[in-house]
Design a protein around this ligand. Structure first.
Ligand code: GZL
Length: 323
């Protein structure tokens, strides 16, 4: 056979093998996927635990992780998502810092045929096809749980019960829903009154600063501090103690997240209840990312299971807490 024909035959065989490998590789279950993750920031102990969960789960799942920290700025998250699109990652995931303003960049991801998974916080979009699934807590139910704990705690008192609310990041799903859940429970009970409500942006410093202002204005009129997360509650506890108050005793403290810091405050008698919100979403995220990359369909909503921890179980439960 002429050399030229031998050469052509060899090329054809090589092409056939390559195609076969590619097509086999394309469907190989253990093909390593690349996940672009745009994190909110590092504002709280909850967020630190969430980041750790995502990073360790990616390593365990053999997922190549590209990670960015947006320092709680939506424009930085949008920039990160755009860079993942440009890098042609297999899947994009993010925890949206606020609920609105995501359509343009998610339409770009859809046009690039890159599936998007929401974790932790949800978004407000008209077109649900802009993301595959949302993995995270039901913040409205968390707010209801905080409200129901208050109803039960004050069931034998006629009131007034004045509530000072430390809200999370303005426009974020947890802040909106933890407020709405509380309102659902107390709106028809006249003894409860929210006398002050301001955002501490989910940070310890923010919670302390806002609580100092509340104390200046309302002082001992405040009966309850309703803090949307432990970091703000711990900041508020510092402010109350510096003002000579006794948080957990003369002021009831309700908080969210159930971090170790919250458990320590409850064990010390400075916080009365902590509504759990689990940051340990990494393993579920990796499973979802691999499933989506393999073309599988997922439920639109994957809700994490969680509970409520009253102070009287804190000391015994603390040693087993993972975050
Ligand atoms: C809730 C999460 C919130 C936490 C805060 O899932 O988005 O953001 O409650 C964190 O601690 O900063």
């Amino acid at each position: 056979m002429a050399a030229s024909r031998r050469g052509t035959l060899a090329l054809l065989c090589a092409a056939a093998v390559a195609t076969l490998t590619l097509s086999t590789q394309g469907y190989a279950q253990d093909k390593q996927i690349t996940l672009g993750f745009a994190q909110v920031g590092a504002e709280s102990a909850w967020r630190t635990a969430n980041t750790e969960s995502v990073k360790s789960a990616a390593a365990d799942a053999h997922v190549k992780l590209k990670f960015s920290d947006a320092q709680q700025k939506q424009e930085n998250q949008i920039k990160a998502i755009r860079s993942y699109i440009a890098q042609k990652v297999d899947v994009i995931a993010f925890s949206p810092v606020v609920e609105s303003g995501w359509e343009p960049v998610l339409r770009e991801a859809k046009a690039a045929k890159i599936p998007v998974i929401l974790t932790d916080r949800s978004i407000d979009v008209k077109d649900p096809s802009l993301y595959v699934t949302m993995i995270g807590s039901d913040f409205l139910e968390e707010g209801r749980r905080g409200g129901k704990w208050l109803e039960d705690h004050y069931k034998d008192q006629s009131g007034p019960i004045n509530i000072a609310e430390l809200q999370g990041t303005v426009g974020s799903a947890p802040a909106n829903d933890r407020h709405s859940g509380l309102m659902e429970v107390i709106k028809d009970d006249p003894k409860f009154k929210i006398i002050a409500s301001q955002s501490g942006d989910f940070t310890l410093a923010g919670g302390k600063q806002v609580m100092e202002a509340f104390i200046k204005t309302y002082g001992n009129k405040i009966n309850v501090v309703y803090a949307h997360n432990d970091d703000m509650a711990l900041g508020a506890i510092q402010a109350m103690e510096e003002a000579g108050m006794h948080p957990g005793k003369d002021i009831t403290v309700v908080s969210f997240d159930a971090t170790k810091g919250g458990f320590q405050a409850m064990a010390a008698g400075k916080m009365n209840v902590d509504v759990e919100c689990s940051p340990l979403l990494g393993p579920q995220l990796m499973e979802a990312a691999k499933a989506v990359a393999a073309g599988k369909t997922l439920p639109k909503r994957i809700v994490t299971t969680e509970t409520v921890f009253p102070a009287d179980v804190a000391a015994a439960t603390l040693p087993s807490r993972k975050y």
